[in-house]
Write a protein that binds this ligand. Structure first.
Ligand code: IPE
Ligand code: IPE
Ligand code: MG
Length: 250
């Protein structure tokens, strides 16, 4: 083991040691339902424990100096779930925002959100906007909640905005480049994720950040999200440091 690659025991107390943190980590927080099912508990208890895991992982990311943490909290496809579960999830979101505000402020974290937010239940949207506003002057890590998010819907919205610019004469079609698309993405303020973590073992993207994950390192763990803690996050980041990113080069 070299000084460049400490093992998980060495980093336990000391975060990542000397290793630089990824600038942007994205997480598909999956497996709350299975976690609950395995324990004979209602799915909503899984979501409650998932919210607790998010707090721990957010604090760990802050501690190691991650610039941006984007978490998939609710997809546009998740409306297909029973109405009681959807209702419970938005109730939990409101509770999470209120309960975590002191932690966000204490850690200098700026909360942001991506997705078709205007379609959220009014009180959830109101709580979200309030928390975004109250943390807007923070200068530390960005915690980005993807809510009512879909990668394809994001691209649809971005292309629509580009079309408007063309219609208004602000952009000529022959001058259009991918940078024009990029500046209309919900994620235009942040670099693309370096590392994507998906819990509960599924090997798919489920419509998450389709454009932004082009060269992201993928890390899938069988652990369900409520069981994912500080050491798991550090282990994922260590694994990331062992990757050779080539971006098409040699
Ligand atoms: C992730 O856990 C949370 C949301 C999608 C809102 P799931 O609820 O998808 O848990 P599983 O996949 O059914 O176990
Ligand atoms: C992805 O998980 C969405 C979130 C984690 C919010 P899903 O549980 O909805 O994904 P699928 O249905 O297994 O692809
Ligand atoms: Mg799932």
């Amino acid at each position: 083991m070299t000084a460049q690659s400490p093992n998980i025991l060495e980093i336990g107390k000391d975060g990542l040691g000397n290793l630089p943190p990824p600038k942007h980590i994205a997480i598909i927080m999956d497996g709350n339902g299975r976690w609950a099912q395995q324990r004979g508990l209602p799915r909503v208890t899984g979501h409650e424990n998932g919210a607790a895991a998010l707090r721990t992982v957010t604090e760990t990311c802050c501690e190691i100096g991650v610039g941006c943490l984007t978490v998939y909290a609710f997809s546009t496809e998740n409306w297909k779930r029973p109405v009681e579960e959807v209702h419970a999830l938005f109730g939990l979101l409101e509770h999470f925002l209120a309960a975590e505000l002191p932690t966000l402020l204490a850690n200098n974290i700026r909360l942001r959100a991506i997705g078709r937010l205007q379609e959220l239940p009014a009180s959830a949207l109101c709580a979200l906007e309030k928390t975004i506003d109250l943390t807007s002057h923070n200068t530390g890590m960005n915690l980005v909640l993807a809510i009512n998010y879909s990668g394809r819907a994001e691209l649809e919205d971005a292309v629509r905005s580009v079309c408007k610019e063309v219609a208004e004469g602000l952009l000529r079609p022959e001058n259009f480049t991918q940078e024009d698309l990029q500046r209309h993405l919900y994620t235009r303020d942040w670099p693309d994720p370096d590392l994507l973590i998906r819990t509960s073992g599924e090997m798919r993207l489920s419509n998450f950040l389709l454009w932004q994950l082009s060269y992201t390192e993928l890390y899938v763990t069988p652990k369900c999200w409520p069981d994912f803690g500080r050491e798991d996050l550090l282990e994922a980041v260590l694994d990331f440091h062992r990757r050779k990113r080539r971006f098409g080069g040699i």
